[in-house]
Design a binder for this molecule. Structure first.
Ligand code: G16
Length: 563
């Protein structure tokens, strides 16, 4: 019999910069590799943030998007979980588990939480990004109280516990047990097929027979799905091809790779180039791309017609009973993040369903869902999901759209056009200015806040060509959680004009390096609904740049990316 594994306590020194952002800690890979114990410190801070009584003998889920450094990090997470009293770990086969599947497995296994190794849509590889998220027992991203606690611990950490001799086999499904020094019970690790758990959940939400008919029946439509070499490939293959009968060439880039094949796994028109190229001619009726960890989605129709994420959630809301899950559970509420366009608000008003406007970040939706107040939600940042779990869910969004198409027997473009005819159209775009010097970005936001806080700012008029916008309201968005009354301040600067158009400025909370300034533009048209969004929004963009003096301050002459 092997002798029990040793548990060591190792001295360490804190780092000042381990504050989690919008969703976890994201840094360049070399930061994790070159700074001594940088990874260990953060993992210990996560475990120490959980009360010892809750941690002892508990279950924790571990997954990742398969990016470079994942395997190294998983080994350390497992060794430290064992040493910190966790009783059972559930780990994805080969260390892979999408973010939505992790949420599903956390909830199903009644785990106290999960550690997800991903930097989401950011590129990977030795020069790319790495990240770690901590999700709570509800399956959703930890709330601010938890992440603040993790951060505070990381600032004063002096030691971490680890079981360095523990070696795990990630390739074999099933249970592995390990005896530890001074522990009565063995530490167990279950390597699971998270694809099956997730597929099961989807079978209970959607009408798979109807979807199968749509995708492989006599008059089937042709679809193209791009997993961008992220973690979602095996889920797409199993559910869409093996189960729903799509031909195998419907799914591309489905082998997860450590560097995402050198691509930027961000599902938008700029980065999802393989999908965008193959959708240009009329071969496919429906297209979708996903990000590295499988929670984001982009939906395209024939000829590459883009459904903006803001429209996507509004259309799903308006057709919500095409999805059997909602026929059974009913609809409790809708929600969108503040920068997301107000298209969803119009559906909520028409259907008399409560609408919540939350700060950016999926954690805010989770609280409303746990309280039974929210069923469907979305964010402009290519995130859409419902209360079947507590994360955004890329494949769920695709199945939701296909369910609408199966019921209405219409193309993506016709569904979208009908929606605009019924409700009018919220034109929306986002300008990103990446890699800005942090001080310059913060200074700009501070000056801007002072400017818009001045009483004289309200009622000011801005003219561009023949368009005149008058400021009706301007503030720094603040959110009081309706469930627990927690106040979240400083969530983005809003300028709202008298016609309902909005300019919003926000600093990204997911940068691994420098700052990204985001400008969100939203404008509503009741009649002129078939124009080019960039043309419609150009005057607002000019005003946004002028008010902030962004180009002057940064030396840039345009955004890095427009979505
Ligand atoms: C994360 C959150 C999203 C949020 C996004 C915003 O997405 O999960 O809820 O909308 O960040 O990012 P930023 O703060 O950069 O605007 P992900 O997919 O990157 O984990």
């Amino acid at each position: 019999m092997d002798s029990p594994l040793r548990v060591l306590t190792v001295p360490t020194s804190p780092y000042p910069d381990q504050r989690p952002g919008t969703n976890g800690l994201r840094r360049k890979v070399h930061v994790f590799q070159s700074r001594r114990n940088y990874l260990h410190n953060f993992i210990q801070s996560i475990f120490s943030s959980i009360d010892l009584r809750d941690r002892q003998g508990s279950t924790v889920v571990v997954g990742g998007d398969g990016r470079f450094f994942n395997q190294t990090a998983i080994e350390v997470v497992v060794q430290m979980a064992a040493a910190n009293g966790v009783g059972r770990l559930i780990v994805g086969h080969h260390g892979l588990m999408s973010t939505p599947a992790s949420s599903c497995v956390i909830r199903k296994s009644k785990a106290i939480g999960g550690i997800i190794l991903t930097a989401s849509r950011h590129p990977a590889g030795p020069d790319g990004d790495f990240g770690m998220k901590f999700n709570s027992a509800n399956g959703g991203p930890a709330n601010d109280a938890v992440t603040n606690k993790i951060y505070q611990i990381s600032r004063t950490i002096e030691e971490f516990a680890i079981c360095p001799g523990l070696r795990l086999d990630l390739t074999t499904l099933g249970k592995q047990t390990f005896d530890l020094e001074n522990k009565f019970k063995p530490f167990t690790v279950e390597i699971v097929d998270s694809v099956e758990s997730y597929a099961n959940l989807m079978r209970n939400i959607f009408d798979f027979a109807a979807l199968k008919e749509l995708l492989s029946g006599e008059n089937h439509i042709k679809i193209r799905l791009d997993a961008m070499h992220g973690v979602l490939g095996p889920y797409v293959k199993r559910i869409m091809c093996e189960e729903l009968g799509c031909p195998s060439n419907s799914a591309i880039n489905c082998v997860p790779m450590e560097d995402f094949g050198g691509q930027h796994p961000d599902p938008n028109l700029i980065y999802a180039t393989d999908l965008v190229d193959s959708m240009r001619d009329a071969e496919y009726d429906f297209g979708a791309a996903f990000d590295g960890d499988g929670d984001r989605n982009m939906i395209l129709g024939k000829h590459g017609v883009l459904v903006t994420p803001s429209d996507s959630v509004a259309v799903i809301a308006d057709n919500i009973f095409c999805i059997p899950y909602f026929q059974h559970s009913g609809v409790r509420g809708f929600a969108r993040s503040m920068p997301t366009s107000a298209a969803l608000d119009r559906v909520a008003k028409a259907t008399k369903i409560e609408l919540y406007e939350t700060p950016t970040g999926w954690k805010f939706f989770g609280n409303l869902m746990d309280a039974g107040r929210l069923s469907l939600c979305g964010e402009e940042s290519f995130g859409t999901s419902a209360d079947h779990l507590r994360e955004k869910d890329g494949l769920w969004a695709v199945l939701a759209w296909l369910s609408i198409m199966a019921t209405r027997r219409q193309s993506v473009e016709d569904i979208l056009k009908d929606h605009w005819i019924k409700y009018g159209r919220n034109y929306f775009t986002r300008y990103d200015y990446a890699n800005i010097d942090i001080d310059t970005a913060c200074e700009m936001m501070e000056d801007l806040e002072l400017l818009i806080a001045d009483k004289s700012f309200v009622k000011q008029r801005f003219a561009v060509e023949d368009k005149i916008y008058q400021v009706e309201k301007a503030d720094n968005f603040e959110y009081t959680d309706p469930v627990d009354s927690t106040i979240s301040r400083n969530q983005g600067l809003r300028i709202i004009f008298s016609d309902g158009s909005r300019i919003i400025y926000r600093l990204s909370g997911t940068c691994s390096d420098g700052a990204t300034v985001r400008i969100y533009l939203d404008s509503y048209e009741k009649e002129h609904i078939f124009q080019d969004a960039q043309v419609v929004l150009a005057p607002l963009a000019t005003i946004a740049v002028k008010i902030s003096q962004l180009h002057h301050r940064t030396g840039r002459n345009g955004p890095s990316v427009i979505t």
